[in-house]
Design a protein around this ligand. Structure first.
Ligand SMILES: NC(=O)c1ccc[n+]([C@@H]2O[C@H](COP(=O)([O-])OP(=O)(O)OC[C@H]3O[C@@H](n4cnc5c(N)ncnc54)[C@H](O)[C@@H]3O)[C@@H](O)[C@H]2O)c1
Length: 250
């Protein structure tokens, strides 16, 4: 039994390591996918994975920090998908920068990349969900916002932006709960994405020392958590921040 049959899901960061897996898993669960990302060739590759899973795909290459561009791109995707039931705000990413020497530009870039774009895309999609009195929004935050970036030092701007995502998630969850829209966040710890392959053995050992299960997160497991939040069993779950961090934040 698939859990998202006939649903239409918009996923940001769809060309990225986690976003591509999320698109494929949601498609395997029966959803058509609209992907947004800066990276046009990466989007095309994700589109191939979604079509191979037997579902419809629409992609739009756009800078998600550009409010006007996002409104146009998201409207185009909603039109091509015939509506939108699920939004996964996954685009983002950190940059190591120590606070005592951080430039205002680095601070602003991190806010734009990790928080502003969640506003831009959610603002574009929410009116259609409210009109339908149904919708599921899942924001990918980070355990850095919960535990202060102990896994990666130099993450103050990233942690602050992702903490903003968590605040937005909770406040919006309250605002739209009676209109049939749920808003939740996932706070992943370190994931087993290709970027981790650059770890030295010492770095990997230090990382695992911070994680009680001694396991990196698996992108497929993160995607499965999104399926739960966006599927039938998630109907009464809203405003939660789900750590997927092997107990790091305990
Ligand atoms: N990988 C991890 O270990 C981990 C842990 C915690 C949280 N996260 C979060 O999960 C999300 C996905 O991470 P990932 O590992 O897949 O990273 P990734 O770098 O592989 O993918 C991020 C994607 O976002 C896109 N993107 C970034 N800025 C954009 C912009 N302005 N406009 C359009 N697209 C933009 C990039 O092009 C990229 O495809 C991020 O929000 C990240 O902060 C990741």
């Amino acid at each position: 039994m698939v859990q998202l049959e006939g649903r239409r899901a918009m996923v940001t960061g769809a060309a990225g390591a986690l976003g591509a897996v999320i698109c494929e898993v949601l498609a395997r669960e029966g959803a058509d996918i609209g992907g947004l990302d800066l990276n046009a060739s990466g989007l095309a590759a994700t589109g191939d994975r979604v079509r191979a899973a037997g579902r419809g795909w629409a992609g739009a290459a756009v800078d998600l920090t550009d409010f006007v561009g996002v409104q146009e791109a998201a409207a185009g995707l909603v039109s091509r998908l015939g509506g939108v039931d699920i939004l996964v705000n996954c685009a983002g990413g950190g940059a190591v920068s120590f606070f005592h020497e951080m430039s205002p530009e680095t601070w602003r870039t991190q806010m734009a990349r990790n928080l502003d774009q969640v506003f831009n895309v959610t603002r574009a999609v929410l009116p259609a969900m409210l009109a339908a009195r149904s919708g599921r929004i899942v924001n990918i935050a980070s355990i850095a916002a919960v535990s202060g970036g102990r896994l990666v030092r130099g993450a103050t701007a990233y942690a602050a932006a992702k903490a903003g995502v968590i605040g937005l998630t909770k406040a919006l969850a309250i605002e739209v709960a009676e209109q049939g829209v749920t808003v939740n966040a996932i706070a992943p710890g370190a994931q087993a994405t290709p970027g981790r392959d650059r770890d030295t053995p010492q770095r990997r050992a230090a990382l695992l020392d911070q994680i009680p299960t001694r396991l990196l997160g698996e992108p497929e497991h993160l995607a499965a958590a999104i399926v739960f939040l966006a599927g039938p069993a998630g109907v009464n779950v809203t405003g939660v921040v789900l750590p997927l961090d092997g107990g790091h934040s305990i």
